[in-house]
Design a protein around this ligand. Structure first.
Ligand code: ATP
Ligand code: MG
Length: 318
């Protein structure tokens, strides 16, 4: 059951959100893990599906490499059902379908199979009414695995780094989404765009944010995710940040993001349009800007830097 802040609630088929950006290292996996964990912590039954042969979501939740374990590879190849691939996690309301590096082979093994783009959608269909959110972590490529995720999805969540070239390559992703919408999945929309590893102390970051607001309008999340050492450390402990360090700025930001996304789903609060809609009216972007500056963070006091901080310079105060 989903709830909004006013306490109303409703039931629905699981909303499938593909976390995608063909650019590597922009925070897809960190977002998929921590958003899914935050949904689960909000008492929303959530399934996280690792669609990436790198299997970082799988290891990030503490699952060791195991070629014998049923994975998204078996699921997409039709060798096992999604139900058989389900794993429970440390969080009561979070389930995982793990990946394995052999998933890379599916790109080739499915090439001559008819309906190859629908494998994930069909495999997940029997589970949709068991979960309120199904989050798909995509690989950094617009390959058949990402196409399968986008065909299975209701909407795409695009993590982007607040850096100078943030918009570079984004038209390729938007074109792919549009082509999939026209040919394979008419219901596919853009859930949201979220700025990751964002340091709002810098002029550059602010400029990038303004540029993204002009481009994406209301699709740009009010919540931004700061660069935070706990988010980087948590996967090596096999835990989402909210379990590893619930008070960290990183964990808090994903809890806020989950809340923002949940509230978008509740009819009457902020309806979710199905299509790709860019260029929102100026007043919407102003509201987003305001919302995003309402919560001052203690770790962001003074220093101004024009380049994204390397790992060792991250917020070690968590
Ligand atoms: P790939 O394209 O390879 O799948 P990705 O887009 O999934 O990468 P992540 O693996 O989530 O990106 O993040 C890349 C690196 O940046 C990881 O080492 C991760 O721990 C780190 N990272 C991601 N988000 C943050 C953040 N907000 N603060 C600090 N480190 C972060
Ligand atoms: Mg990843």
């Amino acid at each position: 059951m989903l709830r909004n802040s006013s306490g109303s609630s409703y039931n629905r088929m699981g909303r499938v959100i593909a976390v995608a950006n063909q650019k590597g290292g922009v925070g897809k996996t960190t977002t998929a893990i921590n958003l899914a964990a935050s949904f689960a912590a909000a008492e929303v039954n959530t399934l996280l599906v690792d669609c990436d042969p790198q299997s970082n979501t799988t290891s990030g939740l503490g699952f060791l490499k195991d070629a014998g374990r049923i994975s998204s590879y078996h699921m997409i190849m039709g060798a096992a059902s999604a139900e058989e691939a389900l794993q429970t996690t440390e969080l009561e309301q979070l389930w995982l379908i793990p990946s394995h590096k052999n998933l890379i082979g599916a790109n080739l093994e499915l090439v001559d199979v008819s309906g190859r783009e629908f494998r994930m959608r069909e495999a997940l269909a029997p589970l949709r009414d068991r979960f309120e959110f199904i989050v798909l972590d995509c690989p950094p490529a617009l390959d058949l695995l990402t196409v399968n995720a986008l065909v299975a999805a209701d909407a795409v969540l695009i993590p982007m780094q607040g850096e100078y070239f943030a918009l570079e390559g984004i038209s390729e992703l938007l074109d792919t989404i549009e082509r999939i919408r026209q040919a394979l999945n008419p219901g596919l929309g853009i859930e949201a765009v979220v700025l990751t590893m964002f340091d709002d102390r810098t002029n550059l970051a602010q400029q990038v944010k303004t540029e993204l607001q002009n481009f994406f309008g209301e699709k740009l999340c009010a919540t931004t995710v700061p660069r935070n050492i706990r988010l980087a450390e948590a996967p090596s402990h096999g835990k989402p940040a909210l379990v590893y360090d619930p008070r960290s700025k990183g964990a808090e930001s994903y809890i806020r993001l989950a809340k923002e996304i949940i509230e978008k789903q509740v009819p009457g609060v902020s309806p979710q349009p199905a299509g790709v809609e860019l260029q929102a009216p100026a007043e919407v972007t102003q509201v987003l800007t305001k919302a995003n500056t309402e919560e001052p963070r203690g770790d962001q006091a003074t220093a101004v830097e024009e380049v994204p901080a390397p790992v060792e310079e991250m917020d070690k105060t968590a």
